[in-house]
Design a protein around this ligand. Structure first.
Ligand code: HEC
Length: 266
């Protein structure tokens, strides 16, 4: 499976043909199932009539889905799969109910296209229902999440600057699965430095260093790049002269989505 294949869905938000029909059938099943569960749960719910928790839904969406999908309200910017706001825009404009969107998303989580890049059952059971409910509520919706939903996920890159200590500079990847490091600034002394990127997110990242302060745009010379890791610490050694550098992730789309920062050596 090439990266091109994986991204093809992005330009085809409304695929036609037999695959669509199959997915449609799965969707009807999921909608019916949600109805039954709603009835069964209504007697003992502490989370509202349909027993879903959209706060958990948002957190799990960011953690498990956001690295591959744009969903504006969730602040996610992944490009491996289709942009979800765009994918549902036409149907919602044509009157598709959000309850049906929820069924579609739940069905997609259970039964993604077997030829696509989306792993099945990334979230299960009640958590899958929470994720589907959150996506259905916010997909292609104007404005911003408010109240508890607004603070459900920490803003990416909001941490304090990373500072070199004893020749080591630690810049963790966002533990919540966002395409970001916890800090957007780092400071080191000239000379050799071991750059370490702890990553507990389950999303594959690395850390590379480039000359100049270039933000999202690859412009400078890449001086060093760590291996990739989904769970663990990736490290790379580099010797730096005084100046300004960019650290960034080399996974496709991650830098463009905001996974970079400025390293000052002085
Ligand atoms: C590894 C990347 C990846 C992850 C992680 C991922 N997806 Fe996907 N997703 C894709 C790709 C690629 C497609 C298009 C192919 C397909 O339909 O399976 C897709 C399709 C979809 C669609 C259908 C969109 C349409 O055009 O009809 C929905 C809805 C969706 N994903 C939701 C989710 C949710 C919810 C999660 C998290 C539980 C998730 N995805 C996690 C890659 C991913």
């Amino acid at each position: 499976m090439s990266f091109r294949d994986a991204t093809r869905g992005a330009s085809e938000p409304t695929p036609a043909g037999p695959a669509r029909g199959l997915r449609g059938a799965a969707r009807v099943g999921a909608v019916a199932l949600v109805g039954v569960l709603t009835l069964a749960a209504s007697g003992c719910s502490v989370k509202g009539a349909d027993n879903v928790n959209v706060i958990v839904g948002k957190q799990m969406f960011v953690a498990k889905c956001g690295s591959c999908h744009v969903l504006t309200r969730a602040g996610t910017k992944g490009i491996v799969g289709p942009n979800l706001d765009e994918a549902f825009r036409a149907s919602i404009a044509e009157g598709l109910q959000r309850s049906s969107v929820r069924g579609t998303v739940e069905a997609q989580i259970k039964i993604p296209n077997p030829e696509g890049a989306m792993p099945k059952e990334l979230v299960k059971g009640a958590t899958a229902r929470d994720v589907a409910a959150y996506v259905a509520q916010v997909v292609d919706a104007p404005g911003q999440d408010s109240g508890l939903l607004a603070s459900a996920v920490e803003a990416p890159g909001a941490g304090k600057p990373a500072v070199e200590q004893g020749g080591k500079l630690q810049i963790p990847a966002s533990p919540s699965g966002q395409l970001a490091y916890v800090a957007t600034k780092a400071i080191a002394k000239p000379g050799p430095v071991a750059i370490e990127m702890p990553n507990t997110s389950g999303v594959s990242h690395n850390i590379a260093v480039e000359t100049g302060e270039n933000g999202a745009n690859p412009k400078g010379t890449v001086l060093a790049a760590s291996p990739f890791t989904t769970n663990g610490t990736a490290a790379v050694k580099v010797t730096l002269k005084p100046g300004t550098y960019t650290f960034f992730c080399q996974a496709p789309g991650h830098r463009a989505a905001g996974m970079y920062g400025t390293l000052i050596v002085k």
